[in-house]
Design a protein around this ligand. Structure first.
Ligand SMILES: Nc1ncnc2c1ncn2[C@@H]1O[C@H](COP(=O)(O)OP(=O)(O)O)[C@@H](O)[C@H]1O
Ligand SMILES: [Mg+2]
Length: 267
């Protein structure tokens, strides 16, 4: 995948690199020969139709599924992500689509869920200060960190889930459909938040079905189709080009695009 075009953000070192990653479930090939590069300070959108392999790819990187073959290089080293704790320890955080927040607990408790500073004697004050600082740094609009999650809007919940994933200062954060359930204003807020996460130097992988959102925030757009790479696009791509790559309606659009890039680069 050549990607020498000028990105919209100041992209840092290569954080994640997948080569030839495949995943079979019995006879089903969910992923075949996937290549993916993600840099620090870069948002890579992962798009594709239902069944394209997006969730499987995220689960492989989250340590939920083991790849059947291929190599994963993270932070310059080839790694094995045996389980979710191993992925998290290495610096790969995931916000799954269901967010996994506890409705009846407040924002601080949710941000620290399972990672309480001192589990035997919860240090409420320092947890509250850290939660508040983190949300402030993200310019998040949460009225009070002592509000229970049940009282928050969908956008605010997504914000809490993202803040929670940043607690351990991961190199890479993966977001599965962060705007799927949100209205226009809340979507804009979450997209702004994702930009701030990127600007803090984290690498971001975002799954989305919404091409408008993808083009608004992504530095690169990686298309999967039937478990395979089907082109890398940039935010200036038209809806038509993206949809064509996603659906395979005109396979030519992908190669045309790739050809144009190569021509632009004088390759
Ligand atoms: N645990 C599983 N067992 C068997 N097949 C699976 C499993 N998870 C995903 N698949 C299959 O892998 C393919 C890719 O699925 P998925 O990664 O969920 O796609 P997407 O998230 O892009 O919609 C689909 O054909 C799906 O049925
Ligand atoms: Mg999915």
């Amino acid at each position: 995948m050549s990607d020498n075009a000028t990105p919209r953000s100041t992209r840092g070192e290569l954080v994640l690199s997948l080569r030839g990653v495949s995943k079979h479930f019995g006879a089903v090939s969910a992923l075949t020969d996937i290549e993916l590069d993600v840099h620090a300070g870069e948002v890579v959108a992962l798009v594709g139709d239902n069944g394209a392999g997006k969730s499987t790819l995220v689960k492989v990187l989250a340590g939920v599924h083991q790849p059947s073959s291929g190599t994963i290089t993270f932070g310059g080293k080839e790694v094995t992500l045996s389980n979710p704790a191993a992925a998290l320890d290495l610096g790969i955080a995931t916000v799954f689509q269901d967010l996994a927040l506890c409705e009846n607990l407040d924002v601080v408790a949710n941000i620290y869920l399972g990672r309480e500073k001192n589990p035997l004697r919860l240090d409420e004050v320092s947890m509250e200060v850290k939660a508040w600082t983190l949300l402030n740094e993200l310019s998040a609009r949460i009225p009070s960190v002592r509000d229970v999650v049940a009282s928050l809007s969908g956008g605010q919940r997504q914000t809490v889930a993202i803040a929670r994933s940043l607690l351990l200062d991961p190199k890479l954060i993966m977001l599965d459909e962060p705007t799927a359930a949100l209205g226009v204003a809340q979507t804009a807020e979450v997209l702004n938040l994702i930009e701030r996460v990127r600007d803090r130097g984290h690498a971001v992988i975002m799954i989305s079905h919404n091409m408008e959102d993808v083009r608004a925030v992504a530095d690169r757009i990686v298309v999967l189709r039937l478990g395979r790479n089907n082109g890398v696009f940039y935010p200036d791509s038209s809806n038509q080009e993206l949809v064509a790559a996603i659906t395979g309606a005109t396979e030519n659009a992908v190669s045309r695009r790739a050809g144009r890039r190569q021509a632009e680069q004088g390759a």
